[in-house]
Design a protein around this ligand. Structure first.
Ligand SMILES: [Zn+2]
Length: 309
């Protein structure tokens, strides 16, 4: 395992040296639990810790701020009732040497786990990226709901330490690319909802503005930028999380020549490519009178060369 880590170190370095942020995509850290049904929780934690130590060996000389860890519970559309609880692995997640942590947080099995952060501190200098829109449904999350989700985290870990994200890659899991863009639009509109609840910036020292928006941590850091960060984690669409917004200040367009410059931006939101219809007015492709169905192997019309198991 550590020999693989040694080899991966060269791969990871090449990615970062090329100017990219390195995202370690690790659904297996939570989801390995479901794949090992006979294991106890302490045994699983030992199993996972060894693999994290190997991962950290691979990441050992890469600046933390260049590393983002993404964890989800596999994101398959299933019951998820046996997922390992976040509280039982959050210390393992934070054991990974990373500067930011993207964690699935907006579906019926995991949304309630924001309360874990009532008892768990974010590592010093780290950024938390909770999923505040998700892949589990084609429903578009209401911006007020997105804002409420963000504020739960902001109040616990400090607003300057929260970046909005998606639960996981959306692209192949929701019904149409336009739904992805509409979910990102809900992220952007959540800024307005956040202002409605909180005002543009907390004003009072030592307490919350209108009672909800400032944690102790963020009060201590009141001289830091009071920035409400919105990012669309575009995993699955081939784009990078981007778009930080400081209230009442225009977002600078990306430097010419960057990957992002290929997309036009306004108001802190990356515009969808021209061939994507964010308003979902596109007519679905015609499939004739009925949906095409491929008969299963072994049945009339099916592939006779394939023997079903
Ligand atoms: Zn994921």
């Amino acid at each position: 395992m550590f020999a693989i880590a040694e080899a991966m170190n060269a791969e990871y370095k090449a990615i970062v040296d090329a100017g990219f942020l390195l995202q370690i995509d690790d659904p297996d850290l939570p989801d390995g639990w479901n794949c090992l049904p006979d294991i106890t929780l302490p045994e699983y934690r030992t199993y996972a810790a060894l693999r994290i130590d190997a991962l950290n060996h691979a990441l050992r000389d890469i600046p933390k701020e260049k590393i983002r860890l993404h964890v989800c519970w596999g994101s398959f559309h299933g019951p998820h009732h046996d997922d390992v609880p976040l509280k039982d692995i959050i210390d393992l997640i934070f054991r990974v040497r990373a500067g930011s942590y993207s964690i699935e947080a907006s579906n019926p099995c995991h949304e309630h786990e924001w309360r874990v952060f009532e008892n768990v501190k974010l590592p010093e200098g780290a950024t938390l990226i909770p999923g505040v829109v998700g892949h589990c449904t084609d429903f578009i999350e209401h911006p007020d709901l997105v804002a409420e989700r963000l504020m739960r985290y902001a109040n616990l870990v400090g607003r300057e330490n929260v970046l909005a994200g998606t639960d996981c890659g959306l692209g192949t899991r929701v019904g149409h690319p336009s739904i992805c863009w509409a979910k990102f639009e809900a992220l952007a509109k959540a800024r307005g909802a956040q202002r409605k609840f909180c005002g543009d910036a907390p004003k009072r020292r030592g307490g919350a503005h209108r009672g909800v928006c400032l944690s102790e941590g963020s009060t201590r850091r009141r001289n830091m930028r009071k920035t409400w960060l919105i990012a669309a984690a575009l995993a699955g669409l081939g784009a990078s999380p981007i778009a930080a917004e400081q209230p009442n200040q225009p977002v600078e367009p990306p430097a010419s020549g960057s990957t992002s410059s290929e997309l036009s931006r306004s108001g802190g939101v990356i515009k969808p490519p021209a061939d994507v219809d964010p308003q979902m007015k596109q007519t679905p492709p015609s499939s004739g009178d009925r949906m095409p169905v491929i008969p299963p192997p072994g049945t009339a019309g099916g592939n006779s060369s394939v023997k079903p198991k």
